[in-house]
Design a protein around this ligand. Structure first.
Ligand SMILES: O=P(O)(O)OC[C@H]1O[C@H](OP(=O)(O)OP(=O)(O)O)[C@H](O)[C@@H]1O
Ligand SMILES: Nc1ncnc2[nH]cnc12
Length: 176
């Protein structure tokens, strides 16, 4: 019997030089072709978050896919963190660098309540710039980060170093 990590590793596809030369892009979309495996992934995230979160925030776009399922199984609200210009007002924003570029993300600050324990969920942790910017947004709204969860951690980029100031709870189901 393969472990969950082995099944994920066997399913994710490496795409060389995408979206830029020198990047090995981890294509997670084949995970969604396997309904059983996707169910196991969501269940594992839910198990690790149970009792610890009041709100799940998913990061556009790949963080939405399992993020909303995790929130529904935890029976807590799901909040979308989107790239600039996509959410209607009111919004607050943060800019950041990522492995292959620069971006700005936004949230509706009314969706996070003072003292909310927030799970920030995304597919890939690379440099950590995206997740760090989300954590700053949540803090600005009065929420605290109770956990980060990712399918993949590209450990050679040391993204975790940017996230440990927010919480020690940084979950990833596989690492490269
Ligand atoms: O740790 P970092 O270096 O910040 O990189 C990680 C981010 O990069 C990818 O998103 P991308 O901006 O490519 O958007 P997408 O999910 O819409 O494809 C990924 O989904 C993470 O959000
Ligand atoms: N190498 C990578 N593969 C997939 N998503 C990413 N996001 C940032 N770096 C990535």
């Amino acid at each position: 019997m393969s472990t969950l990590q082995e099944k994920i590793n066997d399913t994710i596809v490496d795409v060389i030089d995408f979206p830029k030369e020198g990047i090995v892009y981890k294509d997670i979309t084949p995970l969604f072709l396997d309904a059983t495996l996707s169910g196991e992934i969501v269940d594992e995230f839910v198990k690790q978050a149970k009792g610890k979160v009041d709100v799940v925030c998913g990061i556009e776009s790949r963080g939405f896919l399992y993020g909303i399922q995790i929130a529904q199984k935890l029976n807590v609200p799901f909040v979308l963190i989107r790239k600039a210009g996509k959410l209607p007002p009111p919004t607050i924003n943060e800019s950041y660098d990522l492995e292959y570029g620069q971006a700005t993300i936004e949230i509706n600050p009314n969706y996070i309540k003072e003292g909310d324990r927030v799970l920030i969920h995304d597919d890939v942790l690379a440099t950590g710039g995206t997740a760090e910017a989300c954590a700053k947004l949540i803090n600005k709204c009065g929420g605290k980060i109770s956990q980060f969860s990712f399918i993949v951690d590209l450990t050679f980029l040391n993204g975790k170093d940017k996230l440990t100031p927010f919480t020690e709870e940084i979950i990833s189901l596989t690492e490269y």
